[in-house]
Design a protein around this ligand. Structure first.
Ligand code: FPP
Length: 250
């Protein structure tokens, strides 16, 4: 555990999922190139990983690169790729020391063979760790995830291993990228936009949504504590009434 003064929560979220938005604007406000915003964003990644460990969060999923981000200027895509490579190479050793298990989700075949090797190596190094599970969504899209899960089940039907009539939401769960991990309890988007932007579409069905104007490079310490506090004050009903939830607590 890092030295922190966080107030422990009675029921912290098991899984926090984050869209880290606002790096470009953070850099622009300082008249720096956009890339500097992404670099500063890595500091916030470090801070939120430590805070999640302190709060006892089990899974943290970060949206690092969406399937649509390839449309950015070539220079920015290249800069982001080398930043990811550096993080995978250097940062993973520190994550390993902190007992963090790393998992990368997304359509990874689009990455260079060198990058794919780094991903594989990082996952292998941390596979036996029992602490926080850090999921990085890279070249990820929620629609892609649902589609690949449906295709996986369709192949099983084709091969006669499964009957179409038996396909259930639980089976879809098992075919999704986050299979066997709990669904996100808390979704955070920094940077002021109020969109899900093709992130975890299937998995966010009952997730508490939290939007903040704070730009990602500034989202550290107290800003994250505020999000956790907001989560702890919400009543999660999963379709039931407030009275039913209150009675269940007695
Ligand atoms: C969105 O901000 C951010 C990204 C597309 C990249 C996020 C990457 C990092 C924080 C660095 C590395 C992280 C990991 C986990 C390896 P934006 O560029 O859309 O900002 P803007 O809306 O202000 O333009």
């Amino acid at each position: 555990m890092s030295e922190s003064k966080i107030k422990p929560l009675a029921a912290p979220p098991k899984h926090v999922a984050v869209i880290m938005d606002g790096n470009g604007r953070w850099a622009k406000a300082r008249r720096r190139p956009r890339f500097m915003g992404h670099k500063a964003g890595v500091e916030s990644v470090r801070a939120i990983v430590n805070s999640c460990v302190d709060y006892g969060v089990e899974v943290l999923t970060l949206f690092a690169f969406s399937s649509e981000n390839w449309r950015r200027p070539e220079e920015e895509v290249g800069a982001l790729m080398s930043l990811f490579a550096t993080v995978l190479d250097l940062e993973v050793k520190k994550l390993h020391k902190s007992n963090v298990r790393l998992r990368i989700i997304g359509e990874l075949s689009a990455f260079t063979p060198k990058m794919q090797k780094l991903i594989e190596k990082a996952e292998r190094l941390t596979a036996g760790n029992s602490g926080l599970i850090l999921v990085i969504a890279a070249n990820y899209g929620g629609r892609w995830d649902v589609t690949q899960a449906a295709a996986k089940l369709a192949r099983q039907v084709e091969q006669g291993e499964l009957s179409a009539a038996d396909i259930s939401p639980e089976m879809m769960d098992g075919a999704m990228s986050l299979a066997e991990l709990p669904e996100p309890d808390l979704f955070i988007r920094t940077g002021g936009e109020k969109r899900i932007s093709n992130f975890l579409l299937w998995q966010l069905a009952y997730t508490e949504l939290y939007f903040t104007d704070t730009l990602w490079p500034d989202f550290k310490g107290e800003a994250f504590e505020e999000a956790m506090l907001s989560f702890s004050q919400r009543q999660r009903r999963f379709g039931k009434t407030g009275d039913q939830i209150e009675q269940g607590r007695k």
